[in-house]
Design a protein around this ligand. Structure first.
Ligand code: URA
Ligand code: SF4
Length: 263
């Protein structure tokens, strides 16, 4: 494996991710991890050239013996064990070019066994800063939709097709969506929602068909790996086209009916 190079500005964030990962391994019962001496040398060089090594900002050393090398790419159908394990893989993922421009990864968040899962396109500027899905303007509208359905935001799961922000909020490319999809599939397998709501064209393209168009598919039940899935408009589209809220509400009523809840 290549020796990793670490930009000085990334050091704090990288070290924090490493500590989280080591703590996770320790909680899983591991007391030792293999580490290539080349990597230790690279980390030592990086730490000695950054301000993060100054007193005051030091991160407490992890209790396990040594650091692991970076995680292997995820494989289709691989058992990722837990949502936390997936989020940690995502945090260090470099499987597509979006890793170069992200500030934070956005794995998605919410209830661990939700009835309902919402899937959007990808993080925007606010999400990229905070590491949380749907926290900007579109996210506030999504919260209103969720609450109008009789749920609290933390009772559902909210995530995206890609976990890193595409520059200038452009839609992710098919290659980026494909690279990231195994994470979402692993999340869905753990979450086992009763219903998935695809928010906008990218979510439908990513899960079903790159040629899909949302205006033709919205409101029609689809099936993603055995789970009832409802495509509807993205909340950002609703901000530009408020009259489409009526369609979204019709779609959410169908979802509530499928869940045995009343609107
Ligand atoms: N738009 C999305 O598709 N996802 C987010 O997380 C935020 C805005
Ligand atoms: Fe990895 Fe997905 Fe981020 Fe690409 S978008 S770097 S595949 S986590």
């Amino acid at each position: 494996m290549d020796t990793p190079t670490i930009a000085a500005t990334d050091w704090d964030e990288w070290l924090e991710a490493l500590c989280t990962h080591l703590t996770f391994l320790q909680e899983e019962g591991q007391s030792h991890v293999a580490v290539d001496p080349k990597h230790v040398a690279a980390w030592r060089t990086a730490s000695s050239t950054t301000t993060a090594a100054s007193p005051g900002t030091a991160v407490p050393p992890p209790k396990v013996a040594a650091a692991p090398s970076s995680p292997a790419p995820m494989e289709e159908g691989e058992d990722m064990g837990s949502l936390e394990a997936i989020a940690q893989r995502v945090a260090s993922c470099q499987l597509c070019g979006l890793c170069k421009t992200r500030t934070r990864t956005v794995p998605g968040q919410g209830a661990p066994r939700p009835e309902l899962m919402f899937i959007g396109e990808g993080p925007g500027a606010d999400e990229d800063q905070q590491g949380l899905a749907f926290v900007g303007r579109a996210g506030k509208l999504l919260t209103k939709i969720i609450e109008a359905m009789g749920f609290q935001r933390d009772e559902v799961w909210i995530g995206n097709i890609v976990k890193c922000r595409p520059p200038n909020n452009r839609p992710p490319t098919p290659e980026e969506m494909n690279a990231c999809l195994p994470y979402l599939k692993a999340q869905i397998a753990l979450l086992q929602p009763k219903v998935i709501v695809c928010l906008g064209a990218t979510a439908v393209k990513g899960l079903f068909n790159p040629q899909a168009t949302i205006s033709r598919l919205r409101g029609q039940w689809m099936n993603f790996e055995g789970i009832d899935t409802m495509p509807t408009y993205h909340p950002a589209y609703l901000l530009r086209n408020p009259s489409a809220k009526r369609d979204v509400w019709a779609d959410m009523k169908a979802v509530l009916e499928r869940l045995g809840r009343s609107a």
